[in-house]
Design a protein around this ligand. Structure first.
Ligand SMILES: [Zn+2]
Length: 284
C-alpha cells in the first residue's frame, strides 16, 4: 500500500447541517516526537494536542495561527503546539517528574490569532471522559460557541507512530433542524476509539470523511498539505537575545566564548559568535 501524505480535508454537507474537517498528521507528529526523543503517554498527548490545534485552526480561521498550551495534572509538565496557516506545525514537551498526566486538573489554553492582530484565548479543563478529544470539544463549545464532535488520536507501535490524525464535525448554526441525534449515535458507535479508527484507515482524511458521512451528499470546501515545520533561524535566535541587558551581553562577551543556543521546538543548535553578539550591543 502506497503511504499517504499528511493532509486536511474540509467539507460541508449539502443540507447545510454540518461542516467536517478531517486530518492526517502521522508524519507531522512523527517528526516532532523524533526531535524531542519523546515516547510513551507524553508522546501520544503531544500528538493529540498538535492534531487538535490543527483542527481548531482549519475550523475557525485557516489563514491564522493557533497555539495550544496544555499543563499536566499536578503540575507535571507542559505540552505546546504551534500551528501556522501554511500547514506547518511544531510542538514541544517539557516533562517534569515523569510523563505529562492529562485529565481533570490539567488545563488547556488555546490562543488563536484574530484578523485584527489580537488574540482570542480560551481556557478549559480536560474533562473526565474522552481525554483531549473531550477537551477540544469543550473548548469549541465554551470558547467558540460551536457545538461539535471532535476526535484526536495517535496509534503507536512501540516507539513508532503508526497513524495520527483526527476529525471535527461542526454543527452549522444556519441549519434549523440538523440530524444531530443520528450523528451522535453514529459517532458514538463507530468513532469512539480514535486511535483504532485511525489505524484502520492509515488516517486517510478522505476515508475518515466518507466514514463520517456514510453517503450523505457533501461538497469539499478546501484541502491542504500538512507537515512538521519549525520557524527558527539564526536571525530569530539572535533577535531573541536582544532582550538581554547590555550588562548581560558584556558579561558573555568578557568570557569570549561562542554561545550555543538550541531551539526549544526542533532542537536545532545555533552558534552565536562574539562578533554577532557585539553587533547587538551596537544596536542597543
Ligand atoms: Zn526550531
Amino acid at each position: 500500500m502506497a503511504s499517504l501524505a499528511d493532509r486536511s480535508v474540509t467539507a460541508e454537507t449539502e443540507d447545510g447541517a454540518f461542516r467536517i474537517v478531517t486530518v492526517r498528521t502521522t508524519d507531522t507528529v512523527s517528526a516532532c516526537l523524533r526531535a524531542h526523543g519523546l515516547s510513551g503517554p507524553s508522546a501520544v498527548h503531544l500528538a493529540e494536542v498538535i492534531t487538535g490545534t490543527v483542527l481548531v485552526r482549519l475550523a475557525m480561521a485557516p489563514d491564522l495561527r493557533v497555539q495550544t498550551l496544555l499543563r499536566g495534572r499536578n503540575g507535571k509538565g507542559t505540552l505546546v503546539a504551534d500551528c501556522h496557516p501554511d500547514g506547518g506545525s511544531r510542538g514541544l514537551a517539557r516533562q517534569t517528574r515523569g510523563p505529562v498526566d492529562v485529565g481533570p486538573g490539567s488545563m488547556m489554553q488555546v490562543l488563536r490569532s484574530l484578523p485584527n492582530g489580537e488574540l482570542h484565548q480560551g481556557l478549559v479543563e480536560v474533562p473526565e471522559e474522552y481525554g483531549l478529544s473531550g477537551a477540544f470539544m469543550v473548548y469549541m463549545l465554551e470558547s467558540e460557541q460551536v457545538t461539535s464532535v471532535v476526535g484526536v488520536g495517535c496509534a503507536m507501535d512501540g516507539e513508532r507512530v503508526e497513524a495520527a490524525g483526527g476529525w471535527m464535525v461542526q454543527l452549522m448554526p444556519e441549519c434549523a433542524e440538523p440530524p444531530v441525534d443520528a450523528l451522535y449515535e453514529h459517532m458514538r458507535a463507530a468513532f469512539h476509539d480514535p486511535a483504532a479508527v485511525l489505524r484502520g484507515c492509515d488516517a486517510d482524511p478522505r476515508a475518515l470523511l466518507e466514514g463520517i458521512l456514510r453517503g450523505t451528499a457533501s461538497r469539499t470546501v478546501s484541502e491542504g498539505a500538512l507537515e512538521h515545520r519549525c520557524r527558527c533561524s539564526a536571525t530569530r535566535v539572535l533577535s531573541s537575545l536582544a532582550t538581554l541587558s547590555t550588562a548581560d551581553v558584556e558579561d558573555i562577551l568578557a568570557k569570549g566564548e561562542t554561545l550555543e543556543i538550541t531551539c526549544d521546538y526542533c532542537q536545532q543548535a545555533y552558534e552565536v559568535s562574539p562578533e554577532s553578539l557585539r553587533g547587538l550591543l551596537d544596536v542597543s
